[in-house]
Design a protein around this ligand. Sequence first.
Ligand code: SF4
Length: 282
Amino acid sequence: MPKGMITRQPTKSGRHEGAKKFAGRPVLPTANPKKAASVLPGSAPKQAPKKAAKTTKGYNPIAPERVAEILKRLNERYGNVTCALHHSNAWELLVATILSAQCTDVRVNMVTPGLFKKYPTPKHFAALNPEELEDDIRSTGFFRNKSKSIVGAAKAVVERFGGEVPKTMDELLTIPGAARKTANVVLGSWFGIAEGVVVDTHVHRISRRLELTKNDDPPKIEQDLMQVIPRDRWILFSHQVIHHGRALCVARNPKCAECPLENICHAEDKTWSTVEQHKGAK
Ligand code: SF4
């Protein structure tokens, strides 16, 4: 090996060189050494094995103390993060959420200021043919369907709800283009009502990686999360997980070496691991 070339090695602490240290990582209280081995770093850090290890006997990924630890660390890392979609009222948030399907929030935030300047109220949108809206929202993708949804939603809000976005899940679900995810965004982020958990692509992926659900279907994932996350954290949990999904737990090559959840995460597609992976974790 040429002089000066040193193979990259994990440090003695088990972290990559240059990886951010997670200050004050708490140790889970447990008297059970087998359980401790399942949630805490192993004695020797290692790269993620290709095949899943056997599930550790007694390991429960949705044990209240593990879930509480996940929530605590998300809080420490992401604090009081909020919805990334710019809006100044419930209607704008509803429209922005419809536009955000299969589109980045950054792109939606580029489109909505001009859109709401041109059509300031639901009444203005309700007076349009969907085709008239298409050019204004074309860059967000799926613009034909989104135009139909937004004009349909505007008509429903004007004709059935007196021009105001309703505050209940049942009523919101009658609005064209508003499924549970959209309804949960509006209820949680604008009205502060925790009626469910927003399950977008980030919450979907990370809930599975953290083994908070085994389901792959958003409505079922939401039901699972509602069982394990305390209700007073439903709104913030989604915001924090969405930020986590953008910053570290990205879809491909998650940045596990920098992740505050690393030593309690058993996802099979981790890029760096100090713990055994559990079968079924993704
Ligand atoms: S350790 Fe990796 S896979 Fe697990 S939550 Fe963190 S970034 Fe995601």
